[in-house]
Design a protein around this ligand. Structure first.
Ligand code: HEM
Length: 163
């Protein structure tokens, strides 16, 4: 806890916390990049479970470049939000649930990208792709829900209050 209090007292953490422009641009970038990451994964999953008509996934590979750039932005903006209130997130079990879910979500994204690249996904999705696509959708819904609940489930706002 003491190390979190020390982190909170750094100039960067104070700036990210007290500058409305810094905090809200981090939150806005976080939401925008989330829309891209989750949006692209949903589109591919909906194709694989047959909600949208079968279209060739190969051209969709170009979206993955955008997807991984958005993943970098979501990590950087997430880090900024984390640095603004380190104790708030790091003492909250919901944050670790969210991190586990997004890690699994990104592993599934990378695996599906590889399957598309190596033509392993036929026109009509096989059984295994159907259930992986369903899992992907549920995982991203879980990640967003956990992310949103972070602001309501924290027991500590600032560790420095205890020292
Ligand atoms: C694709 C992955 C991610 C998704 C879908 C996601 C989703 C969300 C959502 C929905 C929120 C609430 C935003 C709001 O209040 O308007 C949020 C907030 C937050 N996220 Fe993420 N996030 C992701 C990745 C990350 C990463 C990698 C980190 C840390 C490095 C992170 C750290 C945070 C923090 C600290 C907050 C602020 C919580 C608060 O209000 O106190 N997120 N995230």
């Amino acid at each position: 806890m003491q190390s979190l209090a020390i982190l909170e007292e750094t100039a960067l953490s104070i700036w990210l916390r007290e500058s409305g422009a810094a905090f809200f641009s981090s939150l806005t970038l976080h939401s925008l990049s989330m829309a891209l990451v989750v949006g692209i994964n949903f589109a591919i999953a909906f194709r694989l479970i047959g909600i949208v008509p079968t279209f060739d996934l190969k051209p969709f590979l170009k979206f993955y470049r955008l997807h991984w750039v958005a993943v970098i932005v979501i990590f950087l903006s997430g880090l900024a939000l984390l640095l603004a209130y380190p104790a708030k997130a790091l003492t909250n079990p919901v944050f670790y649930l969210k991190f586990s879910l997004l890690t699994i979500g990104l592993i599934i994204s990378a695996w599906l990208q590889n399957q598309i690249q190596t033509h392993k996904i036929p026109g009509i999705a096989q059984h295994k792709f159907f259930w992986i696509a369903v899992a992907s959708i549920l995982i991203w819904i879980g990640t967003i829900t956990a992310g949103r609940f972070l602001a309501y489930t924290n027991s500590i706002l600032l560790a420095s209050r205890f020292f």
